[in-house]
Design a binder for this molecule. Structure first.
Ligand SMILES: C[S@@+](CC[C@H](N)C(=O)[O-])C[C@H]1O[C@@H](n2cnc3c(N)ncnc32)[C@H](O)[C@@H]1O
Length: 357
């Protein structure tokens, strides 16, 4: 193949690879194709003038190109190079724009869902690399099922109504479904999350009837009777959520309000406050594994640096239990998981009193 032709084709392939590597979805936008059309229109005018065979300004060695010239006398390879130059500039430009819009400043607690948008398409990969993540969620989901009053079951047609608050990409929703199914109890789950990206990833999975996903802030659940139903919810599962909410007491009070009498809240989260060994393990794992893996999987680390800091700043389990009691929950309990995350990952649960107080 002539040299100029081969290089033109290589430039096109390299441009397409660059778009994929930087995850810039330029080719799916109408604006890009419109811009390319405008660029080509001007290229025809300028290139056509420069390469016209009647009075060429730029002369091509016939050995080094295919010899196909269209329109006028423009070698077709020029259009391939035109595509590569313009497109690679736009790809780098788009990439920079994305970075400027999401500067690497620290994540604040109130903007956690937006920060999850940045890593949503890599989140499942991150948790797959975390041994025990799914098993721990499952054990908290089982605790939730076990603490639900046995008013729902094969003899009672109504399924339990549960909200998975901060459902993310659906790992906790799946744990709930599996735990209910293993106990032979029907359930309807509404996954609620503030991150559009995480919800997109959850909705892309396959779910049985009775599972739905809604974008909303956890703090707004109390204003959404369409999600909580007239009689209130049987349970709220909040896995890795409460730590991220700025006003935890207000959130817990609102959860008590949306639960039916006797309904339960199960909080599943990291907590190391006041304990030196879990704090040291947590810090070593975050900086030795989680932050580097976050960079490798998403080229971003600010959410994972926030994760580290937010856990250090989070309540001890005793403080969280105290908050639940103050919010009006009874039968407040805690337990930790097995394995290396023992003393780091905890389940804390409480029940709304069955009789009104
Ligand atoms: C670490 S993920 C956990 C997802 C899922 N529960 C799991 O166990 O895999 C935390 C999720 O909470 C969501 N989140 C954080 N703060 C929130 C808020 N105030 N309202 C709604 N969602 C929130 C984030 O968008 C994110 O998807």
């Amino acid at each position: 193949m002539p040299e100029y032709t081969a290089l033109a084709l290589v430039s096109v392939a390299a441009t397409v690879l660059l778009a994929r590597a930087l995850r810039v979805r330029l080719f799916r936008t109408a604006q890009y194709w419109l811009a390319l059309g405008i660029v080509f229109a001007f290229q025809v005018l300028v290139d056509g003038w420069l390469t016209k065979l009647s009075a060429p300004i730029v002369v091509y060695n016939p050995e080094h190109h295919l010899g196909v010239r269209w329109p006028w006398d423009i070698p077709v390879e020029d259009f391939l190079f035109g595509f590569s130059l313009v497109t690679s500039s736009l790809i780098l430009w788009e990439r920079q724009k994305e970075r400027n819009m999401t500067p690497a400043r620290p994540v604040a607690r109130g903007e956690v869902p937006e920060a999850f948008d940045e890593v949503a398409d890599r989140y499942d990969l991150m948790v797959a690399l975390n041994p025990g993540y799914h098993a721990h969620l499952r054990s908290s989901a089982e605790a939730l099922v076990a603490s639900l009053p046995r008013v729902h079951g094969p003899d009672a047609p109504a399924p339990a109504r549960v909200v998975d608050l901060g459902c993310g990409s659906g790992a906790s929703t799946r744990a709930l479904l599996d735990a209910f199914s293993a106990a032979g109890r029907p359930v309807e789950v509404v996954g609620v999350d503030g991150s559009a990206g995480m919800l997109r990833s959850a909705r892309a999975k396959s779910w049985p009837p009775g599972v739905s996903f809604v974008q909303a802030r956890a703090e707004q659940l109390v204003d959404r009777p369409d999600l909580t139903g007239p009689g209130g919810l049987d349970a709220v599962f909040a896995a890795y959520l409460v730590r991220n909410v700025p006003d935890r007491d207000a959130l817990l009070r609102s959860l008590r309000a949306v639960l039916a009498p006797g309904g339960v809240v199960v909080v599943h989260d990291y907590s190391v406050a006041g304990r030196a060994v879990p704090t040291a393990i947590w810090t070593a794992v975050c900086w030795g594994v989680v932050v580097p893996l976050g960079w490798l999987t998403s080229r971003r680390t600010r959410l994972y640096r926030y994760l580290w800091r937010s856990v250090l700043d989070f309540d001890s389990t005793a403080r969280l239990m105290d908050r639940l009691q103050t919010a009006g929950f009874e039968d407040v309990r805690t337990r930790t998981v097995r394995g290396w995350q023992r003393g780091i990952v905890h389940t804390v649960s409480g029940r709304r009193p069955a009789a009104a107080r």
